[in-house]
Design a protein around this ligand. Structure first.
Ligand SMILES: [Zn+2]
Ligand SMILES: [Zn+2]
Length: 165
């Protein structure tokens, strides 16, 4: 969703509240699915000529557990904090890496929300801290009950796998 910053850019101190629901398109390589629209609440303000976006969002996601490989849903809160500036033609000035230089007068809130959300996805996805995972012997999901295998006699290479997951 394109948001026009022009009214803000020309008016120092101006603030615009945000209360949106965004449709966020999936991207190739995602290890999550977004269910339904994503909420984003906050504000955009012109402070000293730079634009600050501060917002909190919430998304319903479907994730796949790294340990037991089952899908589960969760509500993921995330934040979007960005600063923007119109390109400054001043020579010899060090660019501030925390400030995005605007191309044009719009920002894409859906894209920024996606980035904020994707940052919150843990590197190790677990359906629960106490997920028991799969039996290394027969592959049964141990969250659904014991399979009856004697796991102490399994190939020790699986122990290494267990530690990784
Ligand atoms: Zn799991
Ligand atoms: Zn088993």
């Amino acid at each position: 969703m394109e948001f026009n910053l022009l009214p803000l850019l020309n008016c120092e101190g101006k603030q615009v509240p945000l209360d949106l629901t965004l449709e966020i398109a999936p991207r190739t390589g995602d290890n999550f699915r977004i269910l339904g629209p994503v909420s984003l609440v906050g504000n955009i303000i012109n402070i000293g000529g730079s634009i600050e976006l501060n917002a909190k969002g919430q998304a319903e996601l479907i994730l796949t557990c790294d340990r037991c490989t089952e899908e589960f849903s969760m509500t993921l809160p995330f934040t979007v904090e960005e600063r923007f500036k119109k390109e400054d033609p001043a020579q010899g000035e060090e660019p501030n890496p925390d400030i995005t230089v605007l191309e044009g007068n719009t920002i894409d809130l859906a894209e920024l929300a996606y980035d904020g959300l994707a940052l919150q996805i843990p590197s190790k996805i677990l359906c629960g801290e106490d997920c028991l995972g799969l039996c290394p012997n027969c592959g049964q999901n141990l969250n659904h009950g014991e399979c009856g295998c004697d796991t102490r006699t399994t190939d020790p290479r699986f122990d290494v796998l267990d530690q990784l997951l």
